[in-house]
Ligand binder design. Sequence first.
Ligand code: AMP
Length: 288
Amino acid sequence: MQVVRTVTQWRSIRRSLSSQTQRIGLVPTMGFLHDGHLSLIRIARQHCDIIVVTCFVNPTQFVPGEDFERYPRDENRDLALLKQEGVDYVLLPGGDDIYPEGFSTSIQPPASSQGWCGQSRPGHFQGVCTIVSILFNLVQPHFAFFGRKDAQQCAVIQAMTRDLNFPIEIVLCPIVRESDGLAMSSRNVYLSDEERRRALVLSKTLRLGLTLFQQGVVDSQAVLDEGKKQIQTMEGVRLDYLGVVNQNTFKSVSIIQPGNYYIGAMYVGTTRLIDNMVFGLGEAPCSE
Ligand code: AMP
């Protein structure tokens, strides 16, 4: 496994790789890896000869006042895990290397970025689209792998890839959960034991919505009302949003159809958590 710390070094490596004979896969992350990240790498291995993982805590996708400075980082642990997974290249660029002085370009995100996380975190998806475009151009992969935990991000990246004609196949990978249902996230490390227990209300609420749908409830408002009640009665938790949306546009739907997403975000103390499930399916499978 080769650890690459500068754009210049990576460019010369990339020139030596053949796009004709080798399938290159990109797994972008912000580091502090967990089994959710590792599952993306394992899926990438099924498609690709060369796997490139990036670990970069991207400042432009954090909104002022968010946790950019204190976002968890553990480079040595990440490198050990990536080595175990048989990753070929790890890119650990510095902030100034990606955004050198004078950098002022950004990508205007597609319509699916509006609302939900796009509304709670203004500018977030612009930062995501910008860094992902930079990484696409640097790595020039055949495939790129994203986790469905960030469902709106998946829709945004798919639309951006299509609209800008990046010659890259986007593979969406299933959510990896703890045994009690909590979606894995680097931010879970912020939670105290009590908060960790309270955090479960999000996945339980989504699961309950899916059960209601199975029992014949198709009115999204009825599902949302029940969901909001669940979350609002949990102490120490503040709802950010709950929504029932079309899986591609991320627009609200009033009558639930199989395949629509039940999405939610909430704060447990100061930690913001997101999750989603798919009506009629539970967890969405790998998108290949
Ligand atoms: P992050 O480091 O949080 O920016 O995540 C990097 C990639 O891993 C993104 O594509 C995420 O959607 C994905 N990811 C994070 N958590 C999970 C999870 N629990 N299950 C599946 N994918 C995940």
